[in-house]
Write a protein that binds this ligand. Structure first.
Ligand code: BGC
Length: 772
C-alpha cells in the first residue's frame, strides 16, 4: 500500500501538470532538458516508477492481450485476471463495457504489485454503438468538420464504454479497389487523406493538445506505410514502391496525423522492398521518430511481430523480437513474443536494456497522458455508458453524415428526385433489406437490428397513398436466377423502380479482396431485365469500393453511390431519393471501367506518349477507353453550378510570394445545393516529372438557387514545391496551371509563373492549410 501511495501521488501531480500544459508527457523521459518544469515532473514520475519495475513487469506493459467474449459481451479471456495481478498485461484489445473494464482495472490498480492501470483498446473505426458511414463513404462528403464530429461522437460513446484507445484513423492511400481495405480509408488522394486524417485525430482526441479528458481516446494512424500498395490488390501482399512515391503519396497523411498530435502509429503487415514494416528501422525509428519527432506509441498490428518469421527475415522468435524492438515497435499486440523472448535477450545483453526501457516509458507516458494514474476509472462509468449508447443525438449525426456521403453519379432526364406520391414504387435487390450490410466493415458494437435499411427508409418516406412493392430478385451472394421472374413482375406493376445493387458488406474490409469489380451474383441479370421495361429507374449502389459498372453507367438513367452508411442508411438514402436532401458528395476515389485499368487515379504522370485515340503508339488499351468511368472528385447535384475562370492575384510570382486564386461559383439550376469546389495545380515543366494535376485545396459551399459566391484559395511555396532528384524540397522557376472546378476533370484553368528557384528547408507543414 505504501508503494502505491508513494508513486500514485507523484504521478497524480505529474498528471495534473501534464493535463494543464499541452505537450507535457509527450516529451520523452530522456529529453527533459528542453522541457519546462511540468514536463520534468511528469517525466520524473515515470522514471521513478520505471526504477521500481522488475524486468517482467516492464514486459507486461508492452504486452497487449486479446479480450474474449461471453454470453453477455466482451470479457477477459480465461486466466487473464491472474496475469493482470502478476503485472503481465499492459493493455487489452477488444474488451469494452463499463462493468468489465472497471473490474479488470480494479484488479490492475488494487491487486498488482505496482498498481499500474490498464489501457483498453479497440477498433472504433466509424462508431462503437452508433455506426456512422464507413470512412471511405464519409470521405465522399469532403467535409472535415463532419469527419471530426463523427469521430468525436464515436469517442464519446466508446470512452463511456471503458475504451481508451482506438485503432483509427486508417490513413492508407489506396489506388487499387481490388484491395478490400479501401473501405476503411479516405481514398486515393494524399491531400484529402491528410485533411481527413487530421480531422479524425482531432475528433477522437477531442483536444487540441495533450489535455486529454474522460471522453478522449488515444488515436492511432495506421497502417504505416504503403499498405494500400499491396501487389495485385491482395491484402498483406508485398509492396515495392519508390522512395519518391512513398514521400509524395503514402507518407503525407501519416505526417499530418503526427502533426495533429496522433498518439500512436501502427506498422503495416506488408514489407516495402524487402523489409517488413514491423522491422523497418529506417521508416519507423529514423523517419517517424527521428525526422518527424513522433513521441508516441508504436503498436504492432495483430501478431505482426511473430509474422516477421513468416516473412522470412527471422529464423527464430528471438530474431523477430530483436528486429521489432530495434525498429522501436513498443507494444506487442497478441504475439507474446516480447513477453516470452525479451527476458532472455535483455538478461544476456543481446538487446540493450535502454531499448526496452524506452518502450515502457512510452506506454507509461500514454497512461499518464490519458489521466489513468489520476483516475483509473474515468472511462469506465456505468451511468455515462447508459447515457451514451445510440442516443437520438448520435443517430441524428449519423443521418447528417450519411446524407453528406451520398454521391449522385448520374441523373439523366432528371429521373431523380422521385416523387413521394407515386402510386406504386418497386424496390428490388436483396441489399435493400440487408440491415447487416448497412454497417460496412468494422461494425464494432453496432447491431444490425438498430439499422434502418434502404427498404425501410423508403417505406417510411413515401406518401400514405404510395404502395411500395418489394422483391429481392438477386443477391450479391448468389448467382441463382430464380428470383428474377418475380422481380420483373414486381417492376412491371410499378410507376418507378429503385434497384439496390452492389456488394454485401463482407465483400470488402480486411482480407476481403476481389479480383473482379463488377456486380457479383445475378445482379447484372436483374438489371438487364428491369432496364428493358423502360420504367423510370434509379440504381442505388451499396459497396465498399469503386465498382467497374460500365453497363449501369450507360443504361441506368440514374445512379446513386451510397456505400455503407451506417445505422441511418435507409433514412439518408430516402432523404436523397425523394429530394428532401440535395446530394453533394464527390468521389474520393476513381471508378474504373474495367478491372484491367487498375491502378487508375487522377494524379498520374503524363508519360512521353499520353493516350490519343487517333495515335496507335500512345499509352492506352485496345479493348477499353483509358479514361475512368467516373473521375476522382465527380458528383452531381439536383441543381447545376457554373464556374467563372479563376482570377489570379498575379501572373508572375517572385521568390517566396504567395498566390491568391479567386473563383466565382454560381448555382444555375432549379434549387439550393452544395458544391465541393476543388482546386488542382500542375507544375508544367520541372526537373523531375510531376503529376498532371494534384489537389491543393477544396471548399464546400452552399448556394441558394440563382446565388453566386466568390471563393478564395491561397497557394504558396509549400504548394509549388517538389522533391528534386535528390528528394530535396525546391520550388522551381517556371509556369504552373491552376484548375478550379467541380471534379478532377475540370478544364477551367489559369496560368502563372514562378520567376526564381528556391530551396525549401526541412519537411514543411503536413497539415493542409485550411486546418492549420
Ligand atoms: C488489422 C488492424 C486492426 C487490428 C486489431 C488487424 O488485423 O490489420 O487494422 O487494428 O487487427 O483489431
Amino acid at each position: 500500500m505504501v508503494d502505491r501511495v508513494f508513486w500514485q501521488r507523484r504521478l497524480l501531480v505529474a498528471c495534473a501538470f501534464a493535463l494543464s500544459c499541452g505537450g507535457a508527457v509527450r516529451a520523452r523521459a530522456q529529453e527533459p532538458a528542453a522541457a519546462g518544469p511540468a514536463v520534468r515532473r511528469a517525466v520524473d514520475a515515470v522514471e521513478a516508477l520505471l526504477a521500481r519495475m522488475t524486468l517482467e513487469e516492464k514486459l507486461g506493459q508492452l504486452a497487449q492481450w486479446a479480450g474474449g467474449t461471453s454470453n453477455t459481451g466482451p470479457s477477459a479471456a480465461a486466466g487473464s485476471e491472474q496475469d493482470i495481478r502478476a503485472g503481465r498485461v499492459g493493455s487489452f484489445l477488444g474488451l469494452y463495457g463499463a462493468e468489465t473494464t472497471h473490474w479488470l482495472q480494479h484488479i490492475a490498480v488494487d491487486e498488482s504489485r505496482l498498481h499500474i492501470p490498464l489501457l483498453f483498446a479497440y477498433d472504433v473505426i466509424h462508431g462503437l454503438r452508433t455506426v456512422f458511414p464507413t470512412p471511405l463513404a464519409e470521405a465522399a462528403s469532403w467535409n472535415t468538420d463532419l469527419a471530426q464530429r463523427t469521430a468525436r461522437a464515436a469517442a464519446v460513446e466508446a470512452s463511456a464504454h471503458g475504451l481508451h484507445w482506438t485503432y483509427a484513423p486508417m490513413v492508407d492511400i489506396a489506388r487499387d479497389p481490388r484491395w478490400g481495405r479501401v473501405v476503411e480509408g479516405a481514398g486515393e488522394d494524399p491531400f484529402l487523406g491528410a485533411a481527413l486524417a487530421v480531422a479524425r485525430v482531432r475528433g477522437f482526441r477531442g483536444s487540441p493538445a495533450d489535455a486529454l479528458h474522460a471522453t478522449s481516446m488515444l488515436a492511432t494512424a495506421k497502417h504505416f506505410a504503403a499498405y494500400g500498395a499491396a501487389e495485385a490488390g491482395r491484402d498483406y501482399n508485398t509492396v515495392d514502391v519508390s522512395e519518391r512515391t512513398l514521400q509524395e503519396l503514402y507518407l503525407p497523411p501519416f505526417r499530418a496525423a503526427v502533426e495533429a498530435g496522433v498518439d500512436a502509429i501502427m506498422p503495416a503487415f506488408n514489407e516495402i522492398a524487402g523489409t517488413p514494416m514491423h522491422a523497418h528501422r529506417t521508416l519507423v525509428r529514423d523517419v517517424l521518430r527521428g525526422q518527424w519527432a513522433f513521441r508516441g506509441l508504436v503498436v504492432s498490428d495483430y501478431t505482426g511481430i511473430s509474422e516477421l518469421m513468416v516473412h522470412g527475415i527471422a529464423a527464430t522468435p528471438q530474431v523477430a523480437t530483436t528486429r521489432a524492438l530495434e525498429a522501436t515497435v513498443d507494444v506487442d499486440m497478441i504475439a507474446d513474443f516480447y513477453l516470452d523472448q525479451l527476458p532472455g535477450l535483455v538478461r544476456t545483453g543481446k538487446l540493450p536494456q535502454k531499448l526496452l526501457d524506452d518502450a515502457v516509458r512510452r506506454v507509461l507516458a500514454a497512461k499518464v497522458r490519458m489521466g489513468l494514474f489520476a483516475d483509473p476509472y474515468r472511462h469506465a462509468d456505468a451511468a455515462r455508458e447508459r447515457d451514451n449508447a445510440l442516443t437520438p443525438a448520435s443517430r441524428a449525426l449519423a443521418r447528417t453524415a450519411a446524407r453528406a456521403s451520398i454521391v449522385l453519379l448520374k441523373n439523366e432526364r432528371a429521373v431523380l428526385p422521385l416523387k413521394k406520391k407515386l402510386k406504386t414504387l418497386a424496390v428490388l435487390g436483396a441489399l435493400a433489406e440487408d440491415a447487416w450490410s448497412t454497417l460496412g466493415a468494422w461494425q464494432a458494437a453496432g447491431l444490425p437490428k438498430d439499422s434502418v435499411t434502404v427498404l425501410e427508409g423508403i417505406r417510411r418516406a413515401v406518401s400514405a397513398d404510395t404502395q411500395v412493392v418489394y422483391a429481392a430478385g438477386a443477391s450479391p451472394k448468389s448467382a441463382d436466377p430464380a428470383g428474377l421472374d418475380e422481380a420483373e413482375r414486381t417492376a412491371k406493376r410499378a410507376d418507378a423502380v429503385v434497384l439496390v445493387l452492389g456488394e454485401s458488406s463482407d465483400m470488402s474490409g480486411e482480407a476481403h479482396n476481389r479480383s473482379t469489380l463488377g456486380l457479383p451474383g445475378a445482379q447484372d441479370a436483374l438489371f438487364e431485365r428491369v432496364r428493358k421495361l423502360g420504367k423510370p429507374l434509379v440504381v442505388v449502389l451499396m459497396n465498399g469500393r469503386p465498382l467497374a459498372i460500365p453497363e449501369l453507367a450507360e443504361h441506368a438513367p440514374a445512379i446513386l453511390e451510397t456505400w455503407y452508411l451506417g445505422h441511418e442508411m435507409g433514412h439518408a438514402v430516402a432523404d436523397v431519393l425523394f429530394g428532401d436532401v440535395n446530394p453533394s458528395g464527390k468521389l474520393p476515389i476513381t471508378f474504373p471501367r474495367a478491372v484491367g485499368q487498375v491502378p487508375i487515379y487522377y494524379n498520374h504522370k503524363s508519360t512521353g506518349r499520353p493516350p490519343r485515340a487517333e495515335e496507335v503508339y500512345t499509352s492506352k488499351y485496345l479493348d477499353v477507353a483509358w479514361t475512368p468511368l467516373y473521375p476522382f472528385g465527380h458528383g452531381l447535384s439536383y441543381t447545376t453550378f457554373s464556374y467563372q475562370k479563376p482570377k489570379l492575384s498575379a501572373t508572375k510570382l517572385g521568390a517566396g510570394e504567395a498566390l491568391t486564386v479567386e473563383v466565382t461559383v454560381k448555382n444555375t439550376g432549379p434549387r439550393a445545393g452544395e458544391e465541393v469546389v476543388q482546386l488542382y495545380l500542375r507544375d508544367d515543366a520541372a526537373s523531375v516529372t510531376r503529376p498532371v494535376r494534384t489537389l491543393r485545396g477544396f471548399q464546400k459551399v452552399a448556394l441558394e438557387k440563382g446565388a453566386s459566391r466568390s471563393l478564395t484559395f491561397v497557394l504558396d511555396q509549400e504548394d509549388f514545391a517538389l522533391l528534386d532528384d535528390k528528394l530535396k524540397r525546391v520550388v522551381e522557376a517556371g509556369t504552373f496551371t491552376v484548375y478550379v472546378g467541380g471534379s478532377s476533370s475540370t478544364d477551367n484553368q489559369a496560368s502563372f509563373e514562378v520567376s526564381s528557384t528556391t530551396r525549401l528547408p526541412g519537411l514543411g507543414p503536413a497539415i493542409p492549410r485550411m486546418l492549420r
